[in-house]
Design a protein around this ligand. Sequence first.
Ligand code: GLU
Length: 474
Amino acid sequence: MNVRVRFAPSPTGYLHIGGLRTALYNYLFAKNQGGVFILRIEDTDRERYVEGAVEKLIKTMEAVGLRHDEGPFVQSERLDIYKKYADQLLEQGSAYKCFCTKERLDEVRKQQQLAKMPTKYDRHCSDLSVEEVEKKVAAGEPFVVRMKIPEGKTVFDDVIRGKVTIENAEVDDQVLIKSDGFPTYHLANVTDDHEMSVTHVIRGEEWLSSVPKHVILYDMFGWDKPIFAHLPLILNPDKSKLSKRQGDVAVEDYLAKGYLVEALINFVATLGYNPKGDQEIYDIDELIKLFDLSKVNASGAVLNTEKLDWVNSHYIREKSVEQLVELCQPFLERAGKSVDTEMFKKIVSIEQERMVRLDEIVEMVGMYVEDLKIKDPEILVWKKADKEDATKNLTGVIELIESLKEGDFASVDLVEKAVKGYIDNKGLANGNVLWPMRVALSGQKASPGPFELAWALGREQTLKRLRNALIALK
Ligand code: GLU
């Protein structure tokens, strides 16, 4: 089979995490099968139209590496096609024109609600005679086109959910063409999937309830149906449904916070299933190779940001220092900070191990380049020592550093050798010396090691910080 899949977002603002998962699964499936990945913009709901949303969406898709093979096809530019097919359904009696006013429809719904009946169109216009319809149209009465749901039941298979059966009596006479002449999602979606020879419809679970209408439409047209696969909902950690409005779920926000593309893709790919079961890290090639639609879980996938953080720090550690410098640079610029290139490289290489997100670099840099104030001198005192001991050892380290030359700061190893040599010579214990030294250089209880810090800061800054710490201790 020549696999053809599509990602068909409605451009209502931005690509959110759920949308990224849908796009990614379509992409992975297409690549796994040697198929085609189509991008289709479903913009027929003019009320929800957002200026610039399409461009933003395409930019984000590109940023995360999900390149489409065909498209973007834009539904608002394809209205003739939908009209043609709606006319065909009208002609064959599978659809009818409905002239009911909003007031009437509201009233019908109200009555049904009062009677605790399912709310659906009462088919008031389904049996209008040809003459009646013509008269109303000629009089300029606005109308919609509705599909005439046949009796019986609708059965379809879903790769993830298995066999689904729905009584047609439960299905509403869906509007296909609205009074503004635009098609609804249902008509445009089904006719486009047919026109674009889509073989697999892979999308979020929220669309599952639309499938009966779609299946009936395919049957009305006599078209082959695609294979359906509805992906599990994405849930908040408290198991509530992830809302597009809840928290930051826009992919661009994740990128702006310093999540790497590889980490986001890896993380989102495992929202719904884990290709190997126990492995957590997958690159895109492995994801493509292992992708198996039938293994996707039917139950909801919890969005666990702690895991995302963990995956992100993994990919950060995999970068070379040069790559990481390049990735971090924009964050620094955006924060309006600038650091000497060599110093920045040193900072990045030291902080790589601790960094969870790229945006943290801004604060991390601050620790190296801004004047340090030790607010609580107590933190300079090692747990097995006292203030006097800290003072004595800081004084000793200052003397040592004063005796060193710039060249002794050329590498972390050289600094380490000098300080360790001093400790050994004097018969001191590491903790008594290195703890106050490290805290004096970082101003923090937890920080990179003293040798790395001294190396990055250089002789002069190291001395300055040690002396300040000594003053703070008094
Ligand atoms: N336009 C729908 C959306 O915004 C697409 C649903 C589908 O893929 O059929 O999610």
